[in-house]
Design a protein around this ligand. Sequence first.
Ligand code: VG1
Ligand code: CO
Length: 544
Amino acid sequence: MNIVTVPTRPIAGQRPGTSGLRKQVAVFQQPGYLENFVQSLFDALEGFSGATLVLGGDGRFYNERAIQTVLRMAAANGFGRVIVGRDGILSTPAASALIRAHGAFGGIILSASHNPGGPHGDFGIKFNTANGGPAPEAITEAVYRRTQNIERYLTVEADDVNLALQGRARVQAMLVEVIDPVAEYAALLERLFDFDAIARLLGSGRFRMKFDAMHAVTGPYARAILVQRLGAPPGSVMNGVPLPDFGGGHPDPNPTYAAELVAAMFADDAPDFGAASDGDGDRNMIVGRRFIVTPSDSVAVIAANAHLVPGYAGRLKGVARSMPTSAALDTVAKALGIPCYETPTGWKFFGNLLDAGRITICGEESAGTGSDHVREKDGLWAVLFWLNILAVRGESVEAVLRDHWARYGRHFYSRHDHEGIDSEVAESLMAHLSASLSELPGRRIGDAVVASADHFAYTDPVDGSVSSGQGIRIGFAGGARIVFRLSGTGTEGATLRVYLERYEPDAALHGIETQAALAGLIAAADALAGIRQRTGRTQPTVIT
Ligand code: VG1
Ligand code: CO
């Protein structure tokens, strides 16, 4: 093989965040930017000579160019085979499934997930290990260290691989298999859910659904599974054609950015069930008729109803949620008598628990839900889980939620995002809050008394690794809490996330509107952190 060694120099700022390295497209287009990161990744890894790599992305602008670059570099660095999705497409959960099914060394997923795409949008790259899950911090930090002293990258001279053509190709000695991005993933989901029951529901004429693919990666997956396999009418999938700029939208499934779906679900002739996924297909939003399901509630409902779903009946070993996710899941775990783990934000922290067989289902408040079937959160998996529950119970989404609250109590929950604030302002807000923590316990804020205030740190129960500085938690007497974090996925300025939660056992009070139910906490968050005064913002950019 003719390996070309290209001299290069370190480029600052290549530290992966919550989920891979995300930057504006223009940054990734700088000569050597992608190459430096990919070579640093390969330099930080060992034992892949002759091994298999899974490769694909969410179809955003620059996806195909980046894939061709990675293919040449994988060949030069000694991979034996790359499995790549046709047209360079692989959703994040589908990539995870392929890595596991093919015994791959790992996978490279090209995505900035929910961040906007297009020439003026964002691009991203992340590495998943042989278990199919996002690389743990030990690896991402080693990659980052390598980016700081890299001097060369390796590539080969070779023509582009025709990604439109399913089948085998070669990049010098390395085999490239271009595969259907949907087939194996769809077959995996079919083994978990009662497809016959769901097909009966969708074909009954008494149940209508809308799935919003937001012009992102799930379009082809949703058409193949919901329409072709389960018989939903073709109009059930909206925005189903992946576009390099996601149609100019923000492929983040929440009431603000999936406004089109929400409008349809609140219309007079609203369907019974609505759902949406994000850029790379790992998130989900669940909506009933005129009823939005909070992701924290969704994972709790999924766990509480898992006995109704063939792939999960009688086999919940434990559950886990990220720290800012509401404790609705904990309440279900307690009732089921199974452990509930609390991890930092980001799916990589669930990997060890899943691998060790300690948990079966896990979720995050940011619309991520998943299980041990892969090692990523999985948008369509959550949609099928809900459809399976509805098919068995024969009730509306709202009825399922009201029954859940009546049984377990309601965790009023909301996240307020302040996007695009000045980084220094955000850092100083967090620093001031941090400096005040030791004086807070015992203090009265509005009509609540602070019971605890700390930085969340996590010790992985499986490998003992410690992750500190994972968000500031303020707990109040009575159990309400506020969490403050800065986002680790944005590319411009900073995003302050404020997470608000209050438990209400009294069913007579479950109908209160969420923001009204949390008004006291919202005011307390501002009093504690000085959000308005420091950022000049009077309203959050996004409320979920
Ligand atoms: C956000 C979410 C987090 C999620 C991460 C990646 O991170 O809060 O829960 O795991 O995005 O999801 P942050 O650091 O911005 O809060 V995805 O679908 O963007 O890969
Ligand atoms: Co995503």
